[in-house]
Design a protein around this ligand. Structure first.
Ligand SMILES: [Fe+2]
Ligand SMILES: [Fe+2]
Length: 196
């Protein structure tokens, strides 16, 4: 039957993958593109713009956690202080990963301090010296980051699998951060150590 013949020979018998010579020819085109080859199917400028927003988010989160690490001094909160420091270091590592990917895509990672707060999805926060408020600010920021990473992953889809895998790895860490913050907040609320 004609219909079943068409089913078993899709693309008129063409192989699903490009042949080696075609892959080599395309790889040699536009060598200045670096890691971005002609088969890259995402909207590169949009991906770079989204990654720069994620970079701003990570930098603002790094700054907020470092601030919390220093001001938590003397609040009988040594274990929470160490968590703030660990989160700051992990957010910094995310900023580095994202910057590297922006450069691979031919973009410029934007570290301009004047624009950081505007581009960041998460806020810096304003609460000094109140541990519960610090934890709440951090938890809100993590939840914002989780939502925006989920949206970015859905947007990138299968058009840029390297960026998507990186974002999925970062998302998993942000989910751990949110979980840790929620349990720290619950435990200090239970212990009644908060002055609001
Ligand atoms: Fe992060
Ligand atoms: Fe985080």
């Amino acid at each position: 039957m004609q219909a079943s013949q068409q089913k078993t020979t899709p693309n008129n018998g063409k192989a699903a993958l490009s042949d080696v010579s075609e892959l080599r020819r395309r790889a040699k085109e536009h060598l200045e593109g670096g890691a971005v080859t002609p088969s890259y199917s995402a909207d590169k400028e949009m991906v770079i713009r989204l990654l720069n927003e994620a970079l701003a988010t990570e930098i603002v989160c790094t700054l907020r956690y470092r601030h919390h690490y220093f001001v938590a001094e003397g609040l009988a909160a040594e274990s929470i202080k160490q968590e703030f420091l660990k989160h700051a270091q992990e957010e910094q590592a995310h900023a580095d990963q994202i910057s590297e990917r922006i450069v691979q895509l031919g973009g410029d990672p934007n570290f301009d301090p004047e624009e950081l707060a505007d581009r960041s999805h998460a806020e810096y926060g304003t609460h000094n010296n109140d541990l519960a408020e610090m934890l709440r600010d951090d938890l809100v920021a993590e939840r914002v980051a989780i939502e925006s990473y989920r949206e970015m992953i859905a947007y990138v889809g299968s058009d840029d699998s390297t960026t998507r895998r990186m974002l999925e790895g970062i998302l998993a860490v942000e989910e751990e951060h949110a979980e840790e913050l929620a349990s720290m907040l619950a435990s200090i609320l239970r212990s009644g150590k908060i002055v609001t």
